[in-house]
Design a protein around this ligand. Structure first.
Ligand code: ADP
Ligand code: ZN
Ligand code: ZN
Length: 733
């Protein structure tokens, strides 16, 4: 009988599987989802077996053999394999790369499917009964023995280091066979006990929890649309408690910045389980361990960022996506997928309920709810004693601003601080100033490699580009006219911090942005100072705006709302509204009422008026009507083909050729907008352009893409550019 053909997905830009023969004389079982080691190109690679076929399009005599089958059982269950195939089709991305992206890094290599244990040291029987005389002349060994005797359960490297026991001492003791080393499986999701009890739910919360429980064991998507502080997290917690009680696992996906120690602690206290964590701050070993615990069913609750949507679960029971509107749920490079949309697909496939929560739902999800695809659950009021904050626009036209702070804002700040309130100021611009200006000739510092200004970072004494990362020293004189009167233009968080120290010397201020939190553990420190009320003024970028619960904050100031009002991106308005409402939501979360002041040069702008007068739901309704009139998402479907190259004409050439490569028949129902230069045409020394595809009917778009995308790399001009396809792009950069 002919040997079976193994179809393998390998990380490669090619849109196809690769055929191999099994290792010679292989008789053991083979199944899709096992990893295989294969010769690939000039080296070798690890791929995932996708299909076992009888025939091949190639000459079977020329097929290479798999070098090793790495697993005895599939490492990926059926649902994840199916989701990978679906995602490869939907996002038009090669399956091998999709799979590589969804596996923990260690499993992309030939790492065995075992937890990465930690090494521990313990006394042996001989060590326990060693005669003290034998170590009389080795005091360090004696000390190590007595330390280990106090810890019969074993100690790890960190504990040894803390006790100042060096490696040479351990070696000596190992040689004498008084101690032994072993590898212990790490604890990932230990059941602890509930230390904080659930509050009684208010009627809206109870209704939501009830609806979610009613959907146990079947697919149902919910949009949990609850104003900030309305108790959405409480709804998650009680739904998860129910899920665990059914013996199932709950998976919670949060945006990058949402995964704070505060949130994890709250889950732990309330659920009586240490959640398994999956995020980029962990070591590869820790991530593998959490992944394995989820896959084995040992972890009852898994909390993670975007890539956690891919984690296998032995007994899936409930999916939750918190802050479902957040752009960080969409991967913006390489394999560009939306973790939210994938999880909805997965919930359907696994037959479990999924909850998408937000105070500012995306227009896509609101539309899905209005179409009846999602069940709309709303929490219209704040939970407990808190009430909704009042929003006001502060007209700053003709006002004397001090580093971006208006006199009216300063007066309000003082009043709140004197009444023991905390003040939170939002400025989505880090650094000292957005750029440096020559007062004599008007020269501004621009990046040599991007169409962008350089940001002045006073503390680090350099100018830096926030788009390509390049930096240079601050010039002492203008490169254009030689004048030395160079002035910072505008204010970033660093500069606002200085002004605040000047105005409020008696109140401590913390600044939270990417610069101030670079060091590991620093963000946690600063957030703790903010939450405890120790810091009285909190200043920060969007890192400060999302999800946090600062009960002492009574005043929120938004230093600049105008940036988002005039952007070319059709989603800018939605983003601005979400940002304003999310930041505003940090105020008045406890007994004391909150106030929100929004500084603007455009107090008459309809978007701001609407937000302040009627709130987010009214804004969203109006925005949906505009999108419908303009034929934009969610009333149409987009795909964006981007190209970039150092050669200025290559990107447009490629995009033109790509557009011409579409045959008229498959173009039915799809419009082409462009090619046009990207909004930031030059970035990191490359010229960028894009071609937008718009279709009312998703099927038309996907039919076209399926035939077209795999052929793009064969175009003559493709060799001169880097290109990518982005399905459902969330920004048009
Ligand atoms: P959200 O996730 O919508 O921002 P949270 O669940 O964090 O809201 O709740 C906001 C605050 O209200 C928290 O301090 C929470 O403990 C409290 N809270 C939530 N639900 C209730 C309730 N039913 N009774 C009393 N307090 C509640
Ligand atoms: Zn000059
Ligand atoms: Zn740059």
């Amino acid at each position: 009988m002919a040997e079976p053909i193994l179809r393998v997905a390998v990380a490669s830009p090619l849109h196809r599987l690769f055929d191999y023969l099994p290792p010679r004389g292989w008789t053991a079982a083979l199944a899709p989802g096992m990893r295989v080691q294969i010769p690939f190109g000039r080296g070798r690679s690890v791929g995932v077996l996708i299909e076992i076929a009888r025939t091949t399009d190639f000459d079977p005599a020329k097929l290479k053999r798999v070098q090793a089958i790495l697993d005895t059982t599939p490492i990926l269950p059926d649902d994840i394999l199916a989701m990978a195939r679906w995602a490869a089709d939907y996002y038009h991305h090669p399956l091998g790369e999709v799979l590589a992206g969804c596996l923990p890094v260690l499993l992309r290599r030939d790492q065995a499917l075992q937890p990465q244990g930690e090494t521990i040291w313990q006394l042996t029987e001989a060590g326990r009964t060693a005669d003290p005389k034998d170590t009389a002349r080795a005091p360090q060994q004696a000390r190590a023995l007595s330390f280990l005797a106090e810890h019969p359960e074993g100690v790890n490297r960190a504990q040894l280091e803390a006790a100042l026991i060096g490696a040479h001492v351990l070696r000596a003791l190992l040689l004498r066979e008084w101690i032994e080393r072993s590898v212990r499986a790490p604890a990932t999701s230990a059941a602890t006990h509930v230390t904080v009890n659930a509050p009684p739910l208010n009627p809206a919360q109870a209704e939501a929890v009830d609806a979610i429980q009613t959907a146990r064991g079947r697919y149902q998507a919910f949009l949990l649309d609850g104003v900030t502080g309305s108790g959405k997290t409480e709804v998650y917690l009680q739904s998860i408690t129910d899920c665990i009680a059914q013996g199932k696992q709950a998976l919670v996906v949060v945006p990058e910045i949402g995964l704070t120690p505060q949130l994890i602690e709250r889950f732990q206290q309330r659920l009586g389980h240490t959640p398994a964590l999956l995020h980029s701050g962990l070591s590869e070993g820790e991530r593998l361990n959490a992944w394995l615990a989820a896959r084995a069913g040992d972890a009852a609750v898994i909390i993670g960022t975007r890539s956690a949507a891919w984690v296998p679960l032995a007994r899936p029971g409930l999916f939750i996506v918190d802050e479902e509107h957040d752009p960080s749920l969409k991967q913006q490079e390489g394999f560009r997928y939306s973790a939210r949309d994938l999880l909805v697909w997965r919930a359907h496939r696994d037959g479990v309920p999924i909850v998408l929560g937000s105070a500012t739902p995306s227009l896509e999800s609101l539309h899905n709810a209005q179409q009846g695809r999602y069940q709309h659950l709303s929490l219209p009021e704040r939970a407990g004693a808190a009430c909704a904050p009042r929003l006001h626009l502060l007209d700053i036209r003709n006002q004397q601003l001090d580093e971006g702070l208006s006199p009216a804002l300063l007066t309000h700040m003082r009043a709140h601080l004197e009444r023991d309130g905390q003040v939170l100021l939002f400025l989505n611009r880090r650094g000292f100033a957005p750029t440096l200006l020559c007062h004599a000739c008007g020269w501004v510092a621009e990046c040599r490699r991007c169409d962008a200004h350089l940001t002045l970072h006073q503390r680090q004494r350099h100018l830096r580009c926030h788009h390509c990362g390049s930096q240079q020293p601050i010039p002492v004189q203008c490169p254009q006219c030689g004048c030395t009167d160079l002035r910072p233009l505008g204010a970033g968080t660093e500069r606002a911090e200085q002004a605040l120290a000047r105005h409020f010397p008696d109140y401590s201020c913390v600044r939270i942005d990417r610069d101030s939190t670079r060091r590991k553990g620093r963000l946690e420190d600063l957030l703790a100072q903010a939450a405890s009320g120790h810091a009285r003024i909190l200043l920060g970028t969007q890192m400060l705006a999302k999800g946090h619960h600062f009960p002492g904050v009574t005043l929120v100031g938004i230093l600049e709302a105008d940036q988002g009002l005039f952007s070319a991106d059709f989603r800018a308005g939605e983003r601005l509204a979400q940002q304003v409402i999310q930041v505003a939501g940090r105020s008045g979360r406890a007994e004391r009422p909150g106030e929100v002041l929004i500084q603007t040069h455009h107090p008459e702008h309809p978007l701001l008026q609407q937000l302040v007068e009627a709130g987010y739901p009214a804004f969203a309704q109006a925005a949906l009507a505009e999108r419908q009139a303009a034929g934009l998402p969610p009333f149409s479907n987009l795909a964006l083909l981007r190209a970039e190259a150092t050669d200025a004409s290559a990107p447009e050439q490629f995009l033109m050729e790509a557009r011409d490569a579409v045959d008229a028949k498959s173009a039915t129902g799809v419009e082409f907008w462009g090619p046009v230069p990207s909004p930031m045409e030059r970035r990191a020394g490359r010229i960028r352009a894009q071609l937008l595809l718009v279709a009312r009917d998703r099927k038309h778009l996907h039919k076209l893409l399926a035939g077209w995308v795999p052929r793009l790399s064969e175009l003559k001009s493709a060799r001169k550019v880097r290109w990518s396809i982005d399905v459902d792009p969330i920004d048009l950069f």
